[in-house]
Design a binder for this molecule. Structure first.
Ligand SMILES: [Ca+2]
Length: 161
C-alpha cells in the first residue's frame, strides 16, 4: 500500500469549487477554515484551506502601479499679495488628491523637488506665502490611494505683486 499524499486545495469562491494548488503555495496565510477529505480512489488526503489574506494585512494580489492622469486646466493667477491656483481633477476612479509643489527658478520636476504648498482633494488653492516681485513655478501631481503620482505635466507660473 502506497503512502498517503497530502495535497493542498484552495476554494474558488467565484466558481464554488475546490482546485488543487500547483505548485503548492509558499506564502503562509492565516487559515480561517480547514476541512479534510479522503479521495479513496487515489488514496490521497486533500487538505482544504480557506485563507483570508486580509487577516494578515496582505496587500491586494495584483498591485496597482498605475498613476491617475494629470490634472487639467492648471492655472496660476497673481493677485495682490497672493497667487490663486485652479485646476480640474482627473476622473480616475481611484483618484485621491493632488500634491502641488513650488519652485522659484524652475518647475519642480518630481514629488521631492521644490516645496510642497498643497496636498488635498480640492480643485483650488491660494498661495499667500509669496513675496512681491518673485516669480513662482508650480507643478501639480495627481495621485491615487496607493499613492501613485502622475507625471506632473500640469505646470503654471505667476509673478506675485
Ligand atoms: Ca491607480
Amino acid at each position: 500500500m502506497s503512502a498517503a499524499t497530502a495535497i493542498v486545495e484552495a476554494y474558488n469562491t467565484s466558481t464554488d469549487t475546490w482546485a488543487t494548488k500547483t505548485p503548492v503555495p509558499t506564502t503562509v496565510h492565516r487559515v480561517s477554515a480547514v476541512s479534510v477529505s479522503r479521495k479513496i480512489y487515489v488514496n490521497q488526503i486533500a487538505l482544504h484551506f480557506i485563507y483570508d489574506p486580509t487577516l494578515d494585512g496582505d496587500p491586494a494580489p495584483t498591485g496597482d502601479t498605475a498613476a491617475p492622469a494629470d490634472v487639467t486646466g492648471f492655472m496660476a493667477t497673481a493677485e495682490d499679495g497672493q497667487v490663486v491656483l485652479d485646476w480640474t481633477n482627473p476622473t480616475d476612479s481611484d483618484f485621491a488628491g493632488v500634491m502641488i509643489r513650488r519652485g522659484t527658478a524652475t518647475f519642480p520636476a518630481g514629488i521631492a523637488s521644490g516645496v510642497e504648498v498643497f496636498n488635498g482633494a480640492g480643485a483650488t488653492f491660494t498661495d499667500t506665502a509669496v513675496t512681491s516681485g518673485t516669480t513662482y513655478f508650480y507643478t501639480a501631481f495627481a495621485f491615487d490611494s496607493v499613492p501613485n503620482h502622475a507625471l506632473g505635466s500640469a505646470q503654471a507660473t505667476a509673478t506675485a505683486f
